[in-house]
Design a protein around this ligand. Structure first.
Ligand code: ZN
Length: 77
């Protein structure tokens, strides 16, 4: 993965289906969110972060972010 500018805004994607339609549905503790995909129902925990929604995100922005998605490296623990 090339160097990234960590000061850009990010878009959260579901690792199950790739949909950006994810949101916090509850809190396990004050710093640990339970996040659910509105498309496939995938649910996971996210610690130390939260989600801010915008209705002004364009399909082009989502496409650009999808092409830049981070994935865990294969073959590493
Ligand atoms: Zn999903």
């Amino acid at each position: 993965m090339p160097d990234k500018n960590l000061c850009t805004a990010g878009i959260l994607f579901c690792m199950g289906c790739g949909s950006p339609r994810v949101d916090v549905n509850s809190w396990k503790s004050p710093g640990r969110a339970i996040v659910t995909c509105c498309n496939c129902g995938e649910t996971g925990e996210m610690q130390g972060f939260t989600i801010g929604r915008s209705f002004a995100v364009t399909s082009g922005m989502i496409r650009e972010a999808r092409e830049d998605m981070a994935y865990p490296r294969r073959g590493t623990a």
